[in-house]
Design a protein around this ligand. Structure first.
Ligand SMILES: [Zn+2]
Length: 488
């Protein structure tokens, strides 16, 4: 069996006005179009493509990996040029690899471009319509995908991550491989749920979301059910059709509909228990002065670069600045501020940090590039860059300023600048949950706060428009909260 493969991972937050250009991949992440280079890359990391290449090779398949684009950080919509480049690289690579018995595509599922709210659906349509491919297409998605009927019309089978914080990239690749190796005629059922769930309420290891995942596994043991994937959608997208969803790949329409509806209704019934877990600053300071297992993680939920915010909020710096000489250990903080980086390179001692221009005096202790390979349990072995960076010292505060955002939720982010996050009293992360995989700690170590930024858990603060306001909790009781769509 010959299988052509590709991986394209980016996530859009449409409340971030900045458009993502090609440099999000080529400079700050990964962009590969040559099979040999892709194999070499996949051999050194734990990505979906690593899992699928290994599984297919072990099964004796001929593999042709044609394209990898992995962003350095999520952000706004893809720019017109960037979207065109992604589309062209995928189209050219696949066209050269065809004919193939199957295509295996590792996608995110929440990518918007300028003028296109459903990039993954459009790419799949391109493969069917422009390349005329009629063979089997298997797709793996991120748990935060906004799954659309168009995606499911063109994909024969779908699976997705089963962890949040995400740690099962490789396992997802392996699972997708099984869908390639066991071809069956399928019906895909999409059950949409008119609700947005705070990502902090979707921990796969405990609580209500763990129950939903357990029920999904239970459904997969029943006749006719091939895969049950659940999607607490990336909530910061003001687009038509935004929804939490359940997707069932099944051999019959009846089996798929029953599983999707029952699981979606069970999930929606949990809605009043979805908590943000946010703390006030006095509560956070209380924790910081208590001895505990360290470090504490200062979790900036509103300005999470992992969810597409731009990282420019100085909220933590502002609240902790008055206490800078009182902490018993170092407190590592981070803000995206290209002007501050330039000032630090020129030896400045006064800075105005972040979007709010919070004024501080500090000593520059180092400058360099914030380029690193995560060493925790997520994105291990891949390379990310926040661009030029500097470390500013003031009392016990160690403030990292960088040119741009990146997937920061791993100790290697601070370590590449000579800091020691593991020995610190507290470490700021602009990430909702990923830090638990990066730092390999449990949720109790996190001190979550709200502030400026477009990944706030207070969804009502964001300017959702039109029908998007019909989603719980923006609306208390949306009409017909669970809806079904099927691929036949
Ligand atoms: Zn995700």
């Amino acid at each position: 069996m010959k299988v052509a493969l590709a991986q394209f991972i980016y996530e859009s937050n449409t409340f971030n006005e900045r458009k993502a250009g090609l440099e999000y991949f080529t400079q700050n992440g990964t962009w590969l179009t040559e099979p040999g280079a892709i194999r070499a890359w996949a051999a050194t990391n734990d990505s979906q493509l690593s899992g699928s290449l290994r599984g297919l090779t072990a099964a004796g398949c001929e593999t042709v990996p044609v394209f990898v684009a992995q962003c350095g950080t999520p952000g706004g919509r893809l720019s017109t040029d960037c979207y065109a480049a992604v589309r062209e690289a995928l189209r050219t690579g696949l066209r050269a690899a065809l004919p193939a018995d199957a295509l295996l595509l590792h996608l995110h599922g929440a990518v918007c471009a300028v003028g296109e709210d459903d990039v993954e659906g459009a790419l799949l349509a391109m493969i069917r319509d422009e390349l005329g491919y009629t063979g089997r297409i298997v797709v793996s998605l991120d748990l935060h995908s906004n799954v659309t009927p168009r995606m499911l019309q063109h994909a024969d089978a779908v699976t997705a991550y089963r962890t949040f914080p995400h740690m099962d990239f490789f396992a997802t690749g392996e699972r997708a491989t099984q869908l390639v190796l066991q071809p069956q005629t399928t019906v895909r059922t999409l059950a949409t749920i008119a609700a947005l769930i705070p990502p902090t309420a979707t921990d796969h290891r405990q609580g209500h979301f763990a129950e939903i995942l357990a029920k999904a596994r239970e459904w997969e043991t029943r006749p006719g059910i091939i895969d049950v994937s659940v999607f607490p959608v990336q909530p910061w997208m003001d687009i038509a059709g935004l929804a939490t969803s359940v997707v069932v790949t099944a051999t019959t329409a009846e089996a798929g509909a029953k599983a999707a509806r029952e699981l979606a209704e069970t999930w929606y019934a949990q809605r009043n228990s979805w908590q943000t877990g946010l703390l006030t600053w006095p509560e956070i300071v209380q924790h910081l002065v208590q001895s505990a297992e360290l470090p504490w993680l200062l979790v900036d939920t509103a300005d999470a670069t992992t969810g597409g915010s731009d990282g420019t909020s100085a909220e933590a710096i502002k609240h902790l600045w008055p206490l800078r000489n009182e902490f018993f250990g170092e407190v590592l903080l981070w803000v995206v501020d290209p002007a501050a980086v330039a000032a630090a390179q020129n030896g400045a001692t006064r800075f105005q940090l972040g979007a709010d221009k919070f004024p501080i005096e500090a000593k520059v202790s180092s400058t360099g590039e914030c380029r690193f390979q995560p060493r925790g349990k997520a994105y291990t072995g891949q390379t990310f860059s926040s661009g030029a960076a500097a470390v500013l010292n003031a009392g016990k505060l160690r403030i990292v300023v960088t040119e741009q955002g990146c997937l920061c939720a791993d100790p290697a982010f601070y370590e590449c600048l000579g800091l020691n996050p593991i020995a610190a009293l507290a470490v700021q992360v602009k990430s909702h949950m990923g830090w638990q995989a990066g730092y390999e700690v449990g949720p109790k170590r996190g001190l979550r706060f709200d502030g400026p930024g477009c990944t706030t858990l207070n969804f009502a603060r964001l300017p959702f428009t039109g029908p998007r306001r019909e989603l719980f909790p923006l609306k208390d009781s949306p009409p017909n909260p669970v809806k079904l769509w099927q691929s036949i």
